[in-house]
Design a protein around this ligand. Structure first.
Ligand SMILES: Cc1cc2nc3c(=O)[nH]c(=O)nc-3n(C[C@H](O)[C@H](O)[C@H](O)COP(=O)(O)O)c2cc1C
Length: 132
């Protein structure tokens, strides 16, 4: 029987290692930001570097807005900003830019994660897509 992730994490008591291995080995880019309006990056995985060309170390403390540029759809970003301020989940696609300036189509999800009573973060899963 397949157990729920909750159950696995509880049973094995290995939740931080399990989640670390998941993030570090994911084919998709994973970004964690603080939950303030400034969305400062707290964590980026190796797949983020493969996707964007930015190393995790160089984006720490910056915001995912570094990925945006002239062709980024402002309507998508406005929808994201509205969703985040309402504490909701976002999914969308928009042109983003790699470190070397190459544009690509990003497909990403952002979900709020509650860590403690007063600590929230945003977690994003990102990948390149080829269709809008
Ligand atoms: C966890 C997280 C991941 C994000 N990832 C992206 C992204 O991959 N591409 C993008 O264009 N914006 C991304 N954003 C959106 C920007 O960080 C920012 O929230 C958005 O531009 C709205 O802010 P603004 O109204 O100041 O532009 C992400 C935001 C969060 C919280």
């Amino acid at each position: 029987m397949i157990k729920s992730l909750d159950k696995v994490l509880q049973d094995t008591n290995l939740n931080s290692q399990t989640l670390k291995a998941l993030a570090e080995n994911s084919f998709d880019s994973v970004l964690i930001t603080d939950a303030t309006a400034r969305t400062k990056i707290l964590y980026a995985n190796k797949a983020f570097k493969n996707l964007t060309g930015y190393s995790p170390a160089e984006v720490l403390g910056k915001t995912p807005k570094i990925l945006q540029g002239p062709a980024t759809d402002k309507k998508v970003i406005a929808r994201l900003a509205k969703t985040l301020s309402a504490g909701g989940r976002f999914e969308g696609k928009a042109i983003n830019y790699k470190k070397d300036g190459t544009p690509f189509l990003m497909h990403w999800r952002v979900v709020p994660v509650k860590l403690g009573k007063n600590t929230n973060v945003w977690l994003a899963i990102q990948r390149e897509t080829f269709s809008l």
